[in-house]
Design a protein around this ligand. Structure first.
Ligand SMILES: Nc1ncnc2c1ncn2[C@@H]1O[C@H](COP(=O)(O)OP(=O)(O)OP(=O)(O)O)[C@@H](O)[C@H]1O
Length: 252
Protein backbone atom coordinates (compact mmCIF):
# COMPACT_ATOMS: atom_id res chain seq x y z
CA UNK A 1 0.00 0.00 0.00
CA UNK A 2 1.18 3.57 -0.66
CA UNK A 3 2.92 5.62 2.04
CA UNK A 4 0.28 7.43 4.12
CA UNK A 5 0.23 11.19 3.73
CA UNK A 6 -0.49 11.47 7.44
CA UNK A 7 0.68 8.87 9.92
CA UNK A 8 0.07 9.45 13.62
CA UNK A 9 1.25 6.82 16.06
CA UNK A 10 0.46 6.95 19.75
CA UNK A 11 0.17 10.75 19.69
CA UNK A 12 -0.16 12.27 23.14
CA UNK A 13 -0.18 15.93 24.01
CA UNK A 14 -0.81 17.71 27.29
CA UNK A 15 -1.01 21.50 27.53
CA UNK A 16 1.16 23.29 30.11
CA UNK A 17 -1.74 23.34 32.60
CA UNK A 18 -1.63 19.54 32.54
CA UNK A 19 -4.78 18.98 30.48
CA UNK A 20 -4.19 15.97 28.26
CA UNK A 21 -5.83 16.94 24.94
CA UNK A 22 -4.58 13.91 22.94
CA UNK A 23 -4.28 10.60 24.76
CA UNK A 24 -2.77 8.20 22.24
CA UNK A 25 -4.07 8.88 18.74
CA UNK A 26 -3.34 6.52 15.85
CA UNK A 27 -4.43 7.74 12.44
CA UNK A 28 -3.46 7.08 8.82
CA UNK A 29 -4.66 9.19 5.91
CA UNK A 30 -3.81 7.78 2.50
CA UNK A 31 -3.17 9.69 -0.74
CA UNK A 32 -6.39 10.74 -2.44
CA UNK A 33 -8.62 10.26 0.60
CA UNK A 34 -10.98 12.94 1.81
CA UNK A 35 -11.40 12.46 5.54
CA UNK A 36 -13.65 14.37 7.92
CA UNK A 37 -12.35 14.83 11.47
CA UNK A 38 -15.41 15.01 13.67
CA UNK A 39 -15.87 15.40 17.39
CA UNK A 40 -17.57 17.46 20.05
CA UNK A 41 -16.15 20.73 21.36
CA UNK A 42 -12.91 20.10 23.20
CA UNK A 43 -12.33 16.69 21.60
CA UNK A 44 -8.78 17.61 20.52
CA UNK A 45 -9.32 18.23 16.79
CA UNK A 46 -7.44 21.55 16.67
CA UNK A 47 -4.69 20.13 18.87
CA UNK A 48 -4.31 17.25 16.42
CA UNK A 49 -4.19 19.57 13.38
CA UNK A 50 -1.54 21.75 15.01
CA UNK A 51 0.70 18.68 15.25
CA UNK A 52 0.51 18.12 11.50
CA UNK A 53 2.62 21.18 10.73
CA UNK A 54 4.71 21.11 13.87
CA UNK A 55 3.14 24.09 15.67
CA UNK A 56 2.62 21.71 18.59
CA UNK A 57 5.00 18.86 19.40
CA UNK A 58 3.96 15.50 20.83
CA UNK A 59 4.78 14.56 24.41
CA UNK A 60 5.06 11.07 23.02
CA UNK A 61 4.25 9.32 19.78
CA UNK A 62 5.17 10.29 16.23
CA UNK A 63 3.81 12.44 13.40
CA UNK A 64 4.95 11.58 9.88
CA UNK A 65 3.98 13.39 6.68
CA UNK A 66 4.48 11.33 3.51
CA UNK A 67 7.29 9.45 5.19
CA UNK A 68 8.95 12.56 6.65
CA UNK A 69 8.96 12.71 10.47
CA UNK A 70 7.85 16.10 11.78
CA UNK A 71 10.88 17.49 13.62
CA UNK A 72 12.65 20.80 14.10
CA UNK A 73 14.87 20.28 11.06
CA UNK A 74 12.00 19.20 8.76
CA UNK A 75 9.55 22.01 9.54
CA UNK A 76 10.04 23.99 6.31
CA UNK A 77 9.33 20.97 4.14
CA UNK A 78 6.52 19.75 6.42
CA UNK A 79 4.80 23.14 6.16
CA UNK A 80 5.00 23.00 2.39
CA UNK A 81 3.48 19.53 2.40
CA UNK A 82 0.69 20.33 4.87
CA UNK A 83 -1.49 23.23 3.77
CA UNK A 84 -3.81 24.42 6.53
CA UNK A 85 -6.79 26.64 5.72
CA UNK A 86 -7.88 28.31 8.94
CA UNK A 87 -11.48 29.00 9.83
CA UNK A 88 -11.03 32.76 9.53
CA UNK A 89 -9.60 33.69 6.10
CA UNK A 90 -8.41 36.98 7.55
CA UNK A 91 -5.77 35.01 9.47
CA UNK A 92 -4.30 34.11 6.09
CA UNK A 93 -4.77 37.16 3.87
CA UNK A 94 -2.62 40.22 4.45
CA UNK A 95 -1.28 41.45 1.10
CA UNK A 96 -2.67 44.39 -0.94
CA UNK A 97 -4.07 42.13 -3.70
CA UNK A 98 -5.36 38.61 -4.05
CA UNK A 99 -2.61 37.77 -6.56
CA UNK A 100 0.10 38.93 -4.16
CA UNK A 101 -1.43 36.90 -1.35
CA UNK A 102 -1.51 33.74 -3.48
CA UNK A 103 2.05 34.41 -4.72
CA UNK A 104 3.42 34.93 -1.20
CA UNK A 105 4.05 31.27 -0.33
CA UNK A 106 5.52 30.09 -3.65
CA UNK A 107 7.68 33.23 -3.82
CA UNK A 108 9.10 32.25 -0.43
CA UNK A 109 9.87 28.85 -1.92
CA UNK A 110 12.01 30.67 -4.48
CA UNK A 111 9.70 30.66 -7.49
CA UNK A 112 9.98 33.66 -9.80
CA UNK A 113 8.82 34.87 -13.22
CA UNK A 114 6.72 32.64 -15.44
CA UNK A 115 6.92 29.70 -13.05
CA UNK A 116 5.51 31.80 -10.20
CA UNK A 117 2.79 33.28 -12.44
CA UNK A 118 1.75 29.85 -13.64
CA UNK A 119 1.55 28.53 -10.07
CA UNK A 120 -0.59 31.50 -8.98
CA UNK A 121 -2.86 31.33 -12.02
CA UNK A 122 -3.48 27.62 -11.47
CA UNK A 123 -4.34 28.14 -7.78
CA UNK A 124 -6.69 31.02 -8.57
CA UNK A 125 -8.41 29.01 -11.30
CA UNK A 126 -8.77 25.94 -9.05
CA UNK A 127 -11.01 27.89 -6.68
CA UNK A 128 -12.63 29.98 -9.40
CA UNK A 129 -11.35 33.40 -8.30
CA UNK A 130 -9.19 34.34 -11.32
CA UNK A 131 -11.38 37.39 -11.89
CA UNK A 132 -10.59 38.66 -8.37
CA UNK A 133 -6.79 38.54 -8.80
CA UNK A 134 -6.24 42.29 -8.66
CA UNK A 135 -8.77 43.06 -5.92
CA UNK A 136 -7.76 43.80 -2.32
CA UNK A 137 -8.75 40.76 -0.24
CA UNK A 138 -10.42 42.93 2.40
CA UNK A 139 -12.92 44.17 -0.22
CA UNK A 140 -14.17 40.66 -0.91
CA UNK A 141 -17.11 38.81 0.61
CA UNK A 142 -16.43 36.22 3.30
CA UNK A 143 -17.11 33.38 0.85
CA UNK A 144 -14.71 34.87 -1.70
CA UNK A 145 -12.05 35.35 1.00
CA UNK A 146 -12.43 31.71 2.04
CA UNK A 147 -11.80 30.61 -1.54
CA UNK A 148 -8.77 32.90 -1.82
CA UNK A 149 -7.45 31.44 1.45
CA UNK A 150 -7.73 27.98 -0.11
CA UNK A 151 -5.85 29.30 -3.18
CA UNK A 152 -2.98 30.61 -1.03
CA UNK A 153 -2.52 27.09 0.31
CA UNK A 154 -2.99 25.31 -3.04
CA UNK A 155 -0.29 27.53 -4.55
CA UNK A 156 2.19 25.67 -2.35
CA UNK A 157 1.13 22.41 -4.05
CA UNK A 158 0.61 20.70 -0.68
CA UNK A 159 0.29 16.96 -0.30
CA UNK A 160 -2.62 17.42 2.06
CA UNK A 161 -5.13 20.21 2.40
CA UNK A 162 -6.33 20.59 5.99
CA UNK A 163 -9.49 22.63 6.34
CA UNK A 164 -10.82 23.97 9.62
CA UNK A 165 -14.61 24.32 9.38
CA UNK A 166 -14.73 25.14 5.66
CA UNK A 167 -18.51 25.66 5.66
CA UNK A 168 -18.69 28.05 8.63
CA UNK A 169 -20.19 31.51 8.03
CA UNK A 170 -21.15 30.68 4.45
CA UNK A 171 -24.62 31.21 3.01
CA UNK A 172 -26.17 28.16 1.34
CA UNK A 173 -24.98 29.11 -2.17
CA UNK A 174 -21.41 29.84 -1.05
CA UNK A 175 -21.44 26.64 1.01
CA UNK A 176 -22.38 24.64 -2.08
CA UNK A 177 -19.81 26.46 -4.24
CA UNK A 178 -17.01 25.68 -1.77
CA UNK A 179 -18.16 22.04 -1.67
CA UNK A 180 -18.10 21.85 -5.48
CA UNK A 181 -14.59 23.31 -5.51
CA UNK A 182 -13.30 20.93 -2.84
CA UNK A 183 -14.82 17.93 -4.61
CA UNK A 184 -13.04 18.94 -7.81
CA UNK A 185 -9.55 19.25 -6.30
CA UNK A 186 -7.06 16.49 -6.87
CA UNK A 187 -5.56 16.59 -3.39
CA UNK A 188 -5.81 14.62 -0.17
CA UNK A 189 -8.12 16.40 2.27
CA UNK A 190 -8.55 16.34 6.05
CA UNK A 191 -11.50 18.47 7.03
CA UNK A 192 -12.36 19.43 10.62
CA UNK A 193 -16.06 20.11 10.84
CA UNK A 194 -19.12 20.20 13.05
CA UNK A 195 -21.24 20.34 9.88
CA UNK A 196 -22.16 16.66 9.62
CA UNK A 197 -24.14 16.86 6.35
CA UNK A 198 -21.11 18.62 4.83
CA UNK A 199 -18.87 15.77 6.00
CA UNK A 200 -21.23 13.30 4.37
CA UNK A 201 -21.35 15.27 1.11
CA UNK A 202 -17.59 15.63 0.82
CA UNK A 203 -15.77 12.92 2.69
CA UNK A 204 -16.03 9.20 2.07
CA UNK A 205 -14.42 8.54 5.47
CA UNK A 206 -14.91 10.10 8.88
CA UNK A 207 -12.79 9.85 12.00
CA UNK A 208 -14.50 10.63 15.28
CA UNK A 209 -12.30 12.08 18.00
CA UNK A 210 -13.58 12.38 21.55
CA UNK A 211 -11.74 13.33 24.70
CA UNK A 212 -8.39 12.92 22.97
CA UNK A 213 -9.01 9.48 21.48
CA UNK A 214 -10.22 8.11 18.15
CA UNK A 215 -13.56 6.48 18.99
CA UNK A 216 -14.88 5.94 15.47
CA UNK A 217 -13.38 5.55 12.00
CA UNK A 218 -15.14 4.36 8.87
CA UNK A 219 -17.35 5.32 5.95
CA UNK A 220 -19.01 8.62 6.86
CA UNK A 221 -22.53 7.25 6.39
CA UNK A 222 -21.75 4.41 8.81
CA UNK A 223 -20.21 6.71 11.45
CA UNK A 224 -23.11 9.17 11.23
CA UNK A 225 -25.62 6.33 11.10
CA UNK A 226 -24.34 4.79 14.35
CA UNK A 227 -26.82 6.36 16.74
CA UNK A 228 -25.27 4.94 19.89
CA UNK A 229 -21.79 6.20 18.92
CA UNK A 230 -23.14 9.61 17.98
CA UNK A 231 -25.12 9.97 21.20
CA UNK A 232 -22.20 8.81 23.35
CA UNK A 233 -20.05 11.60 21.92
CA UNK A 234 -22.59 14.43 21.79
CA UNK A 235 -22.93 14.55 18.02
CA UNK A 236 -26.35 15.38 16.64
CA UNK A 237 -27.56 15.32 13.08
CA UNK A 238 -29.83 18.16 11.99
CA UNK A 239 -33.49 17.39 12.66
CA UNK A 240 -34.90 15.08 9.99
CA UNK A 241 -31.52 14.48 8.29
CA UNK A 242 -31.03 10.86 7.28
CA UNK A 243 -27.43 9.90 6.35
CA UNK A 244 -28.76 6.96 4.35
CA UNK A 245 -30.60 9.38 2.03
CA UNK A 246 -27.30 10.78 0.65
CA UNK A 247 -25.75 8.66 -2.12
CA UNK A 248 -22.49 7.01 -1.04
CA UNK A 249 -19.32 8.78 -2.15
CA UNK A 250 -16.96 6.79 -4.25
CA UNK A 251 -13.27 6.67 -3.39
CA UNK A 252 -11.23 8.53 -5.95
N1 LIG B 1 -3.67 26.46 25.06
C1 LIG B 1 -4.35 25.58 25.81
N2 LIG B 1 -4.10 25.41 27.11
C2 LIG B 1 -4.76 24.51 27.86
N3 LIG B 1 -5.74 23.72 27.36
C3 LIG B 1 -6.05 23.84 26.08
C4 LIG B 1 -5.38 24.77 25.21
N4 LIG B 1 -5.92 24.66 23.96
C5 LIG B 1 -6.86 23.71 24.06
N5 LIG B 1 -6.95 23.22 25.31
C6 LIG B 1 -7.84 22.16 25.80
O1 LIG B 1 -7.55 20.98 25.07
C7 LIG B 1 -8.76 20.28 24.77
C8 LIG B 1 -8.85 20.08 23.27
O2 LIG B 1 -9.00 21.36 22.67
P1 LIG B 1 -9.11 21.52 21.08
O3 LIG B 1 -9.18 22.99 20.80
O4 LIG B 1 -8.04 20.74 20.44
O5 LIG B 1 -10.51 20.84 20.81
P2 LIG B 1 -11.43 20.89 19.50
O6 LIG B 1 -11.89 19.50 19.27
O7 LIG B 1 -10.71 21.57 18.39
O8 LIG B 1 -12.64 21.78 19.99
P3 LIG B 1 -13.67 22.74 19.18
O9 LIG B 1 -14.57 21.84 18.40
O10 LIG B 1 -14.39 23.42 20.30
O11 LIG B 1 -12.86 23.68 18.34
C9 LIG B 1 -9.89 21.12 25.36
O12 LIG B 1 -10.25 20.57 26.60
C10 LIG B 1 -9.28 22.49 25.52
O13 LIG B 1 -9.86 23.18 26.60
Amino acid sequence: MSTPVVELRGLRHAYPDGHEALRGVDLHVHPGERVALLGPNGAGKTTLVLHLNGVLRPDSGTVTISGLPVAQDSLLEVRRRVGIVFQDPDDQLFMPTVRQDVAFGPRNLGLRGGELDARVDAALAAVDVSDLADRPPHHLSFGQRRRVAVATVLAMEPEILVLDEPSSNLDPAARREVADILRGLDVTVLMVTHDLPYALELCERSVLLSDGLVVGDGPTADVLGDRALMAAHRLELPYGFDPASVPALKRR
